[in-house]
Design a binder for this molecule. Sequence first.
Ligand code: BF8
Ligand code: SF4
Length: 632
Amino acid sequence: GKTCNFSLDPAVCEMIEKAKQMGVETIWDRYQVMLPQCGFGETGLCCRHCLQGPCRIDPFGGEPKVGICGATADVIVARGLDRAIASGAAGHSGHARHLAHTLKKTAEGKAPDYAIKDRDKLRKVAERQGIPTENRSDAEIALDLAKAALSDFNEKEAVSWVVHTVTENRAKVLSEQNLMPKGIDYEIADIMHRTHYGADAEPMNLIWAGLRCAMADMAGSYIGTDISDILFGTPQPVVTEANLGVLKADAVNLAVHGHNPVLSDVIVHVAREMEEEAKAAGATGVNVVGICCTGNEVMMRHGIPACTYSVSQEMALITGAVDAVVIDYQCIVPALATVAECMGTKIITTTDVTRMPGAIHVNFTEETAVENAKEIIRIAIENFTHRKGKPVDIPKHKSKVVAGFSVEAIKNALAKLNAEDPLKPLIDHIAAGNIRGVCLFVGCNNVKITQDQNFIAMARQLLKENVLLLATGCGAGALMRHGFMDPANVDTFCGEGLKAVLTAIGEANGLGGPLPPVLHVGSCVDCSRGVALAVELANRLGVDIDRLPLVASAAEAMAEKAVTIGHYAVTLGLPTHVGINMPVTGSPFVTQLLTNKLQDYTGGYFIVESDPDSATKKLLAAIDERRASLGL
Ligand code: BF8
Ligand code: SF4
C-alpha cells in the first residue's frame, strides 16, 4: 500500500486523502495550523500557576531569568512536569477506581450484569494483598479486595498495591528514598498543593513528589489490571485482526473507544445477543471493533478486532462505515464530534468525565449495564438503517494478530517447556543470549511523528538483535497493524536466537508454529503486566529490577498518562526511552536529574532520543550493560 508523510499505515493515508477531498479537517491539518509551536511551552518554561502570570523564562539565558514571583526555570519546569504526572495518575487511577466500585457492587449483589469471571485470579490477588481466602465465598473475598483497593486512594502509611507488587528490595529502596506513595489520591492532591503559588520551590523535591505520584499511578494501573481480569477474565492467546479493513460495509459497525472494560466488555456480550435485531434491520450482524485501549481490553479477552488507534481515530469515521462510536473516557479527541457530524456517525458518551456537544448521552451505570448496552447498540442499528446501501470507503488493509499475552498466559506457555519452573526456560534463553534482553513498547502515537515510524524502525532492529518485545496501548496497536503480531512474520522480523525461542514455545503449545514476533500484553494500564513479569523475573533471579536486561520505550509518546508511566518505569529501575521531547529541556537541572542522576537513586533513567536508530543503539547498550553486570 501507499504511505504518506503523515503515517506509515496505508489505510490511514487513504483516509487522509479522502478527508482532504471531502474538506474534512483532521489532526494533521490542525497541527499544520499550530506551527510554529511556542518555544516557551516546548521547553517547559511557561508558567500560569497564578493570576500574575503568565510568566516565561528566556531559554537562552537572557531576561527574564525568573518569573514574577521569583520562580526559576528549574522550579517552573519541575512544577509543570509534576502536574502532567498528576494528571496521568488521575486518569489511570480514575479508571481503576471505577473498576473497584464495579467489583464492590458485584460483591454486594448490586450489579447483576457483572460476575467474578476469574475466581483463581481473585484468590491469587487477594492472597498477594494479604486478604484471607480460606473458606470464604467469592463475594466475601471480592468485597474485601474492592475495599482494599479503594483504601489505597486515601492517605495511609504506604499504598498496598505498591508494597505487595514490587520486589522486596524495591519496596525498601522506595521507602528509604522517600518514593513510597502514601495514597493514590493523596499523591495527586499533594502535587496540586506543592505546585500552587508560593509552595514548593526546591526542584529536586518537586521531582521527587512527581516520582512518588508516578508510583501511585503504577498502583492504580495495577489495580485496574487485577480487577479487570477478575471481572472479565485473564487474557489468553486469541487470534484476530487489526486495521481499518476490519470494518464491514454491510454490518452495523459499532466502535468502542476509550479505556474501561466496565463498558466495552458488556457491549461485546450484548452485541452478540442482538445479532437478530441487526439482521432484521438489514445488516449482516453487529460488528464491534475497538479504538484505543478499550479496544485492547476486548481484543485481549474476546478477540474483538482493532479498528485503529490514537492519532488516526478520526480516520475510522472518514470511512463512512462507522455507525456509532461509544466512548467512556480518555484519548477521545474532541474533534471526533465534528467528523462524526460530517460522516453521519453517532457519538455516544457514557460517563460524566467525558461528554461532548452533539453526542447522545447514555448514563451508563453498573446497575443497569445490559439495559444501557442494548440502548447503545440500538442507536447503532438505527443509524445503520440510514447508511444501508450507501457507498463507503473501507481500506482493504488489515493484519492478522495473535494477542492476549497476560503474564499468566506467558507462564502457561512456558510451563509447556518446564512445568515446575516456568520462568527457567526464559531465564536460560536470556543467559544463553538467544534472548538478548526484553523491551516493553508503550504509549501513544503523536502527530509530531509520522505515525508508527519510530515503533516500526525500533521494533525491526530490536527483533533482529534478538530482543524479546512486549507491547501495550497504542504502541501495541502500531505494531499489530504492521504485522508484528502475526506469527507468520517471525522469519522476516526476528534474529535466529529469538526465532528459535518463539518457535520452541509455540510448538510446545501445539500452535504448529511460533509465537508472534511481538507479544501483546494489553492496554496502557496493563503496563502493570510488564511490571509483574519484571518482578517475577527479578525474584526468580534473586536480583532487583534495575539489574535485569529489561528496558521500556515510549517511542511516540503523547498523553500525560504516558509521561506518568515513563516516570514509574524509571522509579522501578528501568532505562526508559522517550522518542518525543518532554517539556523539561528548559531546565538543565531537571533534564540531568531525569536522564542521568536518577540512576544513583533508583537505577532507572530516561533516554530522550527522537532518532529511532540512535534510540535502538542506546537501548541495546543499556541491555548489554545490565547483562554484563549479571556476568552474562
Ligand atoms: O491509555 S497509548 S493515546 S489510548 S494514553 Fe491514549 Fe496513549 Fe493510546 Fe490508551 Ni495509553
Ligand atoms: Fe509567574 Fe510565579 Fe505566577 Fe508562575 S506562579 S505565573 S512564575 S508569578
